[in-house]
Design a protein around this ligand. Structure first.
Ligand SMILES: Nc1ncnc2c1ncn2[C@@H]1O[C@H](COP(=O)(O)OP(=O)(O)OP(=O)(O)O)[C@@H](O)[C@H]1O
Ligand SMILES: [Mg+2]
Length: 439
């Protein structure tokens, strides 16, 4: 099913190329040739969420079209093609519109449209993208579950950090890094960790940790919605995430969102994001292992993140995916929360090249470890438990230390009794950062 409809008013050869590219990306791309045609389209369809308009070839016609997009109750953002010299003189004023100039690539148009639609589909007209970052207003369900959330749901006290591990490309190490980062923080850094498998399609955190069919968030919410479940119709007993999570032998809490992609109907994205955020009062770190997509669930979760780690393997496809995500994150005002983790870092490409191309700093490097991760997960363990002296586990340890530095510097400092190893670690980290800046 098409994702969203986009009207395209460009000269014919460009229109064909852009339409084809957007259609391949799953949008319904509708070419429009005249003002009358656009007017008819807008009268007949209420799902046109972005319009691409050529304001360079015929500026007067573009103005007419622009006013159609913002006529009466309508407020459809325009992606306007303008002559470069006109940019400084534009006076359209509406904040959701964007502008571009020739020459452009159809791919860049696709990602601009993608980012504009993320805003249109998530925010009511008139709100800025910044609103997405503010804490979500609680739904009545979340109010209820907060009230009856059970142990560990104290309202005050330090709040745990939400760390998302995401790259829109598959197979780059998101799950591997999530599991082992969680284990290091729990077992070596004395932090209480919840690991959440947010990949409702191909997630395998529980299997990798040897947890047989753990309870899931979707399952618990489905049960609580059944007639006869404890509680009255007015106040239903909704368990907190902390109560639903299983506990792995490493001490890490493990929450799986759904047991199968067919059972996600209960997982309304905002409700899931709120429930996870509520668990901040029970954990120091909540690590979210994500499915590689930009769907509504991931968007709701992005807005809750204190830090988003992007594992990048040194290959073109993965680096392009990271660039794409950085661009989208910029549009969502999330850029300053992003850090790369260079995975399989010893495969020839320099970390600084990856940082330069993606235009984001790397927090740490994780070397290639052959079958070590696979062997650990065959035994239902993290590599931290199974191969504690492996060099790759040192890499993850360094990653965890730096993550703590950026997410909770006071918390790190508060550990006045830091072990010798940790002090040496921080010093090593500092030294590496200084030498990286100099070189
Ligand atoms: N540094 C590494 N050294 C050796 N093997 C690795 C490393 N990182 C990841 N792998 C292996 O690569 C494979 C893919 O990793 P993983 O499942 O973590 O990727 P993912 O990004 O979560 O994938 P998906 O997008 O499908 O969820 C796994 O077999 C994992 O063991
Ligand atoms: Mg994965």
């Amino acid at each position: 099913m098409p994702r969203s409809a986009v009207a395209i008013v460009l000269p014919r050869p460009e229109s064909l190329a852009v339409c084809q590219h957007l259609a391949e990306a799953g949008f319904e791309a509708i070419p429009v040739a005249s003002t009358d045609e656009l007017e008819r389209l807008l009268e007949n369809r209420d799902d046109i969420n972005v319009a691409i308009i050529d304001g360079e070839t015929d500026f007067d016609r573009a103005l007419e079209m622009y006013s159609l997009l913002h006529d009466g109750n309508r407020d459809i953002p325009a992606l306007m093609l303008v002559p470069p010299r006109a940019l400084s003189r534009m006076g359209f004023g509406a904040t959701r519109d964007e502008y571009f100039t020739r020459p452009y690539s159809v791919e860049s148009i696709r990602w601009r449209v993608e980012a504009m639609l993320i805003r249109v589909e998530n925010l009511p007209a008139g709100n800025s993208a910044q609103t997405l970052l503010e804490p979500a207003t609680r739904s009545p369900i979340a109010e209820e579950s907060a009230m009856i959330g059970g142990p560990g749901q104290a309202e005050s006290g330090p709040k745990g950090k939400i760390v998302i591990v995401f790259n829109p490309k598959g197979g780059v190490g998101k799950t591997t890094i999530s599991i082992n980062l969680g284990a290091v923080l729990q077992m070596r850094k004395d932090r209480h960790v919840l690991l959440v498998d947010c990949d409702t399609i191909t997630g395998h955190v529980a299997q990798s940790l040897g947890l047989e069919r753990p309870r899931t968030l979707a399952g618990a919410w489905r049960d609580s919605a059944r007639p006869g479940f404890p509680g009255s119709a007015a106040v239903r007993v909704v368990e907190s995430v902390t109560q639903i999570a299983a506990v792995h032998s490493s001490g890490v809490g493990v929450l799986v969102l759904a047991e199968s992609p067919l059972h996600t109907e209960m997982l309304e994205p905002r409700r899931v994001a709120e429930a996870i955020s509520e668990a901040r009062s029970s954990y120091d770190y909540i690590i979210l292992d994500m499915h590689p997509d930009y769907g509504p669930l991931n968007q709701a979760l992005f807005s809750q993140a204190d830090r988003i780690l992007i594992p990048v393997t040194p290959d073109v496809a993965c680096i392009r995916a990271a660039v794409q995500f950085r661009e989208i994150a910029e549009d969502l005002n999330l850029r300053d929360r992003l850090s790369l983790v260079i995975n399989r870092a010893n495969s020839g490409v320099s970390a600084s090249d990856v940082e330069r191309v993606v235009a984001l700093p790397a927090l740490a490097r994780v070397r290639s470890a052959g079958m070590l991760f696979v062997r650990a997960s065959d035994e239902g363990k993290s590599a931290v438990e199974r191969f504690p002296t492996a060099k790759v586990v040192d890499d993850i340890d360094t990653l965890a230390g730096r993550l703590m530095d950026v997410t909770d510097p006071q918390g790190t400092a508060r550990q006045g009794v830091a072990s010798h190893g940790r002090i040496a670690d921080s010093f090593k980290g500092l030294f590496e950062r200084i030498t990286a800046q100099v070189s």
